[in-house]
Ligand binder design. Sequence first.
Ligand code: PLP
Length: 393
Amino acid sequence: MSDRLKFMDEKIQALKDDGVYRDLPINYGPCTNVINLNGKSVVNLSSNNYLGLANHPRVKKASMDALEKYGVGAGSVRTIVGNQDLLEDLETLLAEFKHEEAVMCFQSGLNCNIGTIQAITERGDLIISDALNHASIIDGVRLSRADKAVYKHNDMEDLERILKEKRDDYNNVLIITDGVFSMDGDLAPLPEIVKLAKTYNCLTYVDDAHGSGVLGKSGRGTVDHFGLHGEIDFIIGTLSKAIGVIGGYVATKKNVKAWLLHRARPLLFSTALPPAATAATIESVKMLMESEAYTEKLWKNAAYFKQALKDLGFDIGISETPITPVMIGSESKTMAFSKALLEQGVFVSGIVFPTVPKGSGRCRVMLSASHTKEDLDKAIAAFEAVGKALEVI
Ligand SMILES: *Cc1c(COP(=O)(O)O)cnc(C)c1O
C-alpha cells in the first residue's frame, strides 16, 4: 500500500495530541429546539436558527410548492439559465426589507464575501479590516489584489491611526467589519465607523450575518438598529442563520449589483441557489415583515437565559445580543464542560483556540425563539450543576 498520504496521519495525530481532534456529531432530524444528536435527545443551544424558521410549517410549505413547480436544481449558474424568477422575487423583497436600492443573492454568506470583496476592490485600493472579522471576510480579502491592513477589534483610535497614515496613498479605501461578532456577541461601533469613513472618504462594508433577523425592526439588521440606512455602501446578510434556509446577499446600490453580475466569481462559476431554498427564504422574509413576534420572542428568551446565568455567577462576557459566551478558560476545561452538559441532555459547543485566543475557551450558547421556558430551565439547571462540579462558579 502506498504511504503517499502518511503525512495526513501525522497531521491528524498532532490534532489528537493537542486534544482538538473531533468527530462530527450527527443530528437525526430537523434543526429544532430539541434535537436527536447521536441518538440522544438534547436541548439544542448551538444553532444559528435564531427565529425557529428552519423547520417552520409555513416555510416548509412554500418550499414544497416550489419544489413541485421548479424541481430540485437551478441547472446552471445565474448568468446562463440558472436565474429562476424566484431569485428575482427574493432580491426585490430583500431590497424592500433592508430599505436599500438593490440586493444581489449568492449561494451562501461565505460565497457572498469571497465574491463581493474581490469584485469591488483592485490594485491601488486598501482594505482595512477588524481583527476579529469572520473567516469568510478574511478569505475574501485574501482574494483581492488590494493592499490590506487590520485594526484592533472595535478600536476606533487604531482605525483612525491607519487612516491617517495610509489614506492618501490609495484610490479607494474599504473599511470592513462584522455587524455582530459571532464569538462574543458584541456589536461593531457603526456610527463611529461611518463618521471616520466620511472624514477620510472611505467605503464601508458591514457583514451582518448574525444581525440579520436579530437586530433592528423585524430583524432588519445592525444598520437599522443604529439608524444608519443609506450610510453603509455594502451590507451583507446571510439567509442561513435567522432566516433559517441557505444563501447570502449584499444590499447595495444598483450599479454595484450590475458590476457584481459581471465580476463576482461565485455568480459566474457556481450553480444558483436551488428553487426550494429560494422560495423558503421568500416566505421567511415575508413572515418577518408581517410580524415582530419572532424577534421579540428571541430577545425575551435571551434576556431570561442571560440573567439566570449571571445570577448563578457565570461570566458571560460582553455580549449585547442573543449570542451568549459562557467563559470557561482553558481549552481542556471548556471541552470537559461541554461534554458534561451533553451528559445532562444539553448541547452547547465548546469554542477554543484557534477559533478564540488561548485561555479564553467558552461554551457558546445560541438562543432561539424556538426554545420553550422548559428548555431554558433545563439548560440553566445543567449549567448550575456542571458549573459547580467543575468549579467555574
Ligand atoms: C456565518 C457567517 C458567514 C457565512 O454565512 P453562510 O451563509 O453560513 O455561508 C459569513 N459572515 C459571518 C460574519 C458569519 O457569521
